[in-house]
Design a protein around this ligand. Sequence first.
Ligand SMILES: Cc1cc2nc3c(=O)[nH]c(=O)nc-3n(C[C@H](O)[C@H](O)[C@H](O)COP(=O)(O)OP(=O)(O)OC[C@H]3O[C@@H](n4cnc5c(N)ncnc54)[C@H](O)[C@@H]3O)c2cc1C
Length: 422
Amino acid sequence: MKRYSAWSVFFNGLTGQRNWDRAWRDSEPRREYDIVIVGAGLHGLATAFYLAKNHGLGNIAVLEKGWLGGGNAGRNTTIVRSNYMMPGNRAFYEHSLKLWENLSHELNFNVMFSQRAHVSLLHSPAARDSAARRYNTMRLTGADGELWDLATLKRNIPHLNYSPDARFPITGAAVQPRAGTARHDAVAWGYARAADQCGVDIIQNCEVTGVTRDGGQVTDLHTSRGLIGGKKIGFAVAGNTSRLWRMAGLGKLPIETHKLQAFVSEPLKPLLDQVVVFGVGGTHFYISQSDKGGMVFGGDLDWYKSYAQRGNLPLVQDVSECATSILPCLGRVRLLRHWAGVMDMSMDGSPFICKTPLTNLYLNAGWNYGGFKASPASGWYFADLIANDRADPVIANHNLQRFEQGINLDERGAGPDPKLHG
Ligand SMILES: Cc1cc2nc3c(=O)[nH]c(=O)nc-3n(C[C@H](O)[C@H](O)[C@H](O)COP(=O)(O)OP(=O)(O)OC[C@H]3O[C@@H](n4cnc5c(N)ncnc54)[C@H](O)[C@@H]3O)c2cc1C
């Protein structure tokens, strides 16, 4: 398969765009693989790519029940940041951000990573103190962060609701300049193409429907395209994790499946050059502008559990209220589309990249609202875990035992309710 280059764009432009290769093969499933990853979302595809690239492993398949990138990978609001303070998160998300910074080159695929800054609005002196603690910790440990006073914020983002009578009066912002957005489909396609080039079989329309065990080991996966065996198996199925976990006969997981919606407006002229986020008094809202001009935004979970990839109308009202309270100029903008993804919400809002009670089964799950930004590092460390059978110190606490050991990864320490971890 040829590498993309400026020359290939020029040449194909002159020859009617008829000479492009397929981006990845349409692989037929084989009976046995060394490693089988279930789920061709960002985490599954990134894992397969790093297994091949970082560890030189082959004979790998990724099984996907629908089309690759049709899950949360292609449904999220694409925010990438590393503004974390807890020791278990800082190194992980900063490593991810560093991978993002070189991802287009690494994959030879333009993932449109745009470091346009992530701006968290502050509404009180207490919020500013708390942000100062977090952003100072980030700066001391290798990430970037700034606090903006009101004048700086007004200069950079003039259209916010700065009225002192606003529902949420703004007093300043905490900013990570290296954070931003990327094109989510391109990330899935880029990882798929790069993994395929390393020899990984990506098998779409291949749903895992059952798991056969021999004692403490998985022997076969029953799929809609026949039996597939793997010496090592990794689950990376986001909101469907508890289903697969039950198929493996492992009972219950500390994960609930919730829906999260995203919204996009009709295209507008350039209005917002950053990602803006606010969360105060029970609200939660984030917004950016896509390259096509649509305002892309979202808020909280839909507040009830479901496996459906569609959301409810009360949330549309809730999120629209947040949008107009902070950016009143959006009041007459038309909403173009909204959709939902099926989220794997863990009890502490934090992920799992870990071994399981079965010796050859590995788990990657619990990404909640934040798995897009995490996908490069998640694939990197999950591949390392599968290849070497031990957890890198960076993910030492991303396991199922942390609840009984009292280890806290949750930035807020909000407690065992998925709805508190927005
Ligand atoms: C509306 C919304 C907004 C979001 N915004 C952000 C954001 O701004 N920033 C951020 O960092 N994160 C965000 N996220 C979270 C992020 O999208 C997810 O955490 C992440 O995409 C989950 O990992 P994934 O890509 O591997 O999941 P998915 O893309 O869901 O991949 C899992 C795959 O497994 C497949 N699968 C499931 N069951 C089976 C089976 N039985 N057999 C075979 N295949 C199966 C599914 O079809 C799916 O393709 C958002 C999520 C949503 C829904």
